[in-house]
Design a protein around this ligand. Structure first.
Ligand code: ADP
Ligand code: MG
Length: 193
């Protein structure tokens, strides 16, 4: 008998996407807190690569935090998963490799509620795998918007404002800002206004 076989609830995958600063981490923290109010055991995971704030916490840009286990590889989740856990949160999903897709399917198939937050597009406006695939297999997808730093409209894009050309370069307000479709450009662009 699997250690998870006593779960009665059906599994479920939720994906929270949007640009940087759109409140994905805030929303992940809000949902996991509500699950804790319901006395459900929650575990939150994040990629080691995201070292912007504390190593063992997930932190939003407004400095809300929740404890999180850093993983080098998504498969390490099995070493940390408690048999009592009913809700799994994963932040910065775009930094995990495509094997995250099978891992979250397996978690949901075992009856867990899985909530994954991540960037839907990169700073060139391209779909940022594995998030688009996760959006396709999820039961529920939420697209969030930030505020465009040029005009104040709802922002769907992450504008790179400094740094190099690689798809992955971890940073916050010093190298990225939120922009709407009109003001986004698919290259490093410092604002002059
Ligand atoms: P994400 O995880 O999507 O990057 P966070 O949840 O970490 O976003 O942070 C959201 C918070 O970022 C907002 O509540 C706000 O305090 C702050 N913020 C900074 N810049 C912006 C912006 N351009 N639009 C909206 N929120 C912003
Ligand atoms: Mg975040």
């Amino acid at each position: 008998m699997s250690e998870f076989s006593y779960f009665q609830t059906r599994g479920w995958i939720e994906v929270i996407v949007g640009s940087m600063f759109s409140g994905k981490t805030e929303e992940l923290i809000r949902r996991t807190r509500r699950a804790e109010f319901a006395k459900l055991k929650v575990q939150v995971f994040k990629p080691v690569i995201d070292n912007r704030y504390k190593e063992k916490e997930v932190t939003s840009h407004n400095l809300n935090t929740v404890d999180a286990i850093p993983l080098n590889h998504i498969e390490e989740i099995w070493d940390h998963l408690s048999p009592k856990t009913r809700v799994v949160g994963i932040d910065e999903g775009q930094f995990f490799d495509p094997s995250i897709v099978q891992v979250v399917q397996d978690l949901a198939d075992r009856g867990l509620r899985v909530i994954i937050a991540g960037l839907d597009t990169d700073w060139k406006g391209r779909p940022f795998e594995p998030m688009p695939t996760l959006m396709a297999i999820a039961e529920n997808v939420t697209k969030q918007h930030a505020v465009c730093m040029v005009c104040g409209a709802p922002a769907s894009r992450t504008q790179k404002t400094s740094g190099g050309d690689s798809q992955i370069e971890v940073g916050a307000a010093e190298s990225y800002e939120a922009r709407c479709r009109e003001h986004f450009v698919a290259k490093v662009d410092q604002r002059t206004v």
